[in-house]
Design a protein around this ligand. Structure first.
Ligand code: B12
Length: 464
């Protein structure tokens, strides 16, 4: 059977392309069972013409899309614009998992997958091939010809990640993806996140299937994947993209030791401040880690605890950054602005914390509502979403669709643009200026113009 995956990456900030792990692993499983797959990556602007050509030429039997909420409107448009489909159409990924009812909102969509899709998709493809019914497949919600929806229970979370094949990176021009991000190859070894931050979908995703949510493969499996990627592609850096790389001691300890014995390429990780210890810093340093990325999200302790459910003190955050700096890592932190119940005064605590920890780089994202999350539900319940603005086109996380009584949109945008300046102006004025441009309304154009000099700019801004 021929399966076409479509990955939309429209209006996403920054110039780098990304690899979609979810469809990558499903493709690997399908290929293992003798099926043929392709991926169409719609990157940057929404453009149906190249996609139409691919469909006309490939004539897929099944079309699958991985959908996150910020891409939902594009996914819906693709399915509706290209109706009637000869192929069976299906959505999977975070948004349909959290809001499976979205199946009823897309004309021409046949099914959605709730949670992990490797074996649901395999069963679907093989049932279609064999002319068998598809409406009883576990983890799928299926639309019948009369429009009624069959809601099947989900399969449990896959516990043995080593039983899966490696991600199918050959389904795309993976070298081009690496090159678009300063020759960085991304890895996603584990699944799930142990924390329950209110703005993130993880606390909902973990409830959609039975069994342990936070899982890692064996160290040998992860190392073999690294081996294959660095052998097959020209790679300068590795980004270990797991939500939190340090969640499982057995995994990070074993990985660092094995990596150190075999590889010399520098790598970056994501972590939580309270996970950072002198012990793991030493292991990471010895293995070749050069950058630690930590979400801080907000600088006001009470707000961070009550609204975001991130229970840690500013002192513990500052301590984590000190440990990383002492180990010689470059640090990067994420902050959020424009959150329900936030005010400009409360936001200034984020500026103050950033001034205190002085990360080498940061991202400031304007809060986006992900339906089904605790904070998303609060925004809906309190009538904070401006439904008209929600449907206007803007680059994700650089504008807001909320109407906050204590934080008007113009003020959010002003604070968003001023953040780098406020944080670095005294200690690193040149960095303040570089980030200031990146946070200006012209960022999109500037990113394009300066993309050939990305590495130099990153070195200037971050020192790495
Ligand atoms: C790694 C990651 C990234 C990477 C890679 C993204 C990618 N496209 O894979 C990068 C950094 C590029 C990224 C970018 C973004 N991300 Co992200 N990301 C993640 C993260 C941490 C892990 C995802 C992952 O790779 N898991 C491992 C793979 C194997 O699992 P999976 O992708 O979920 O796929 C499985 C199932 O979902 C399902 N499935 C997936 N697709 C399909 C398709 C079909 C047809 C079927 C049947 C099944 C199926 O089967 C897969 C295998 O089991 C998750 C958090 C999380 N824990 O899920 C957030 C997450 C998915 N990201 C999120 C968001 C919002 C984004 C951005 C929009 C952020 C932004 N504004 O720029 C962009 C969107 C990029 C895009 N165009 O889709 C949200 C989505 C929220 C929501 N409810 O929609 C999440 C859940 C985090 C959060 N804060 O809640 N992300």
């Amino acid at each position: 059977m021929k399966v076409l995956f479509i990955y939309t990456d429209i209006n996403v900030r920054g110039g780098a392309m990304s690899y979609q792990f979810g469809t990558g692993i499903i493709s690997a499983v399908l290929k293992q069972h003798g099926h043929d797959t392709r991926l169409h990556h719609m990157f940057g602007a929404f453009d149906m013409e190249p996609l139409k050509k691919v469909i006309a030429e490939y004539q897929p039997d099944v079309v699958g899309m991985s959908v996150v909420f910020p891409q939902w409107r594009y996914a819906k448009k693709i399915i509706e614009d290209l109706r009637p489909w000869k192929a069976f159409t299906i959505f999977g990924g975070a948004h349909p998992t959290v809001v499976p009812e979205c199946l009823g909102q897309v004309q021409g969509l046949d099914a959605i997958c709730v949670g992990e899709g490797e074996y649901a998709m395999l069963e679907l493809v093989e049932a279609l091939r064999d002319g068998k019914p598809v409406d009883g497949i576990k983890s799928l919600w299926v639309k019948k010809p009369d429009g009624t929806i069959v809601r099947n229970p989900t399969r449990p979370f896959i516990q043995d990640l080593d039983s899966l094949p490696f991600y199918d990176r050959e389904m795309v021009d993976y070298q081009a993806i690496i090159d678009s991000d300063i020759q960085t190859a991304n890895f996603q070894f584990g699944r799930g996140c142990p924390y329950t931050c209110t703005y993130c979908s993880n606390h909902v995703l973990r409830k959609t299937q039975e069994g342990k949510y936070v899982r890692y493969p064996s160290v040998e499996y992860a190392i073999e994947e690294v081996r294959r990627v660095v052998k097959n592609y020209k790679v300068r850096y590795l980004y270990l993209n797991d939500d939190t790389f340090l969640a499982d001691k057995r995994f990070w300890q074993g990985f660092c030791a094995a990596y150190q014995a075999e590889f010399t390429l520098p790598f970056f990780i994501n972590a939580r401040p309270e996970q950072i210890t002198p012990e793991n810093c030493a292991a990471l340093k010895a293995a070749g880690c050069t950058r630690v990325v930590m979400g801080i999200e907000h600088g006001n302790e009470e707000f961070r605890t009550k609204v975001l459910n991130r229970r840690m003190t500013n002192d513990s955050i500052a301590h984590a950054f000190d440990l990383c700096r002492a180990a010689g890592f470059k640090t990067k932190s994420h902050f959020l602005i424009g959150l329900p119940h936030e005010t400009p005064e409360i936001h200034m605590d984020s500026v103050r914390l950033a001034q205190r920890i002085l990360p080498d780089a940061f991202t400031l994202h304007i809060f986006e509502v992900y339906p089904g999350t605790v904070l998303g539900d609060i925004a809906v319940k309190e009538g904070l979403i401006d439904r008209e603005r929600e449907n206007t086109e803007f680059i994700g996380q650089t504008d807001t669709a909320l109407r906050l009584p204590g934080f008007p949109r113009e003020e959010i945008l002003r604070c968003f643009r001023l953040f780098p300046f406020r944080v670095y102006r005294k200690t690193a004025p040149f960095k303040a200026l570089l980030f200031y441009f990146y946070y200006s309304p012209y960022a999109g154009v500037l990113v394009k113009i300066f993309s050939p000099f990305k590495r130099i700019l990153r070195k200037l801004a971050m020192g790495v």
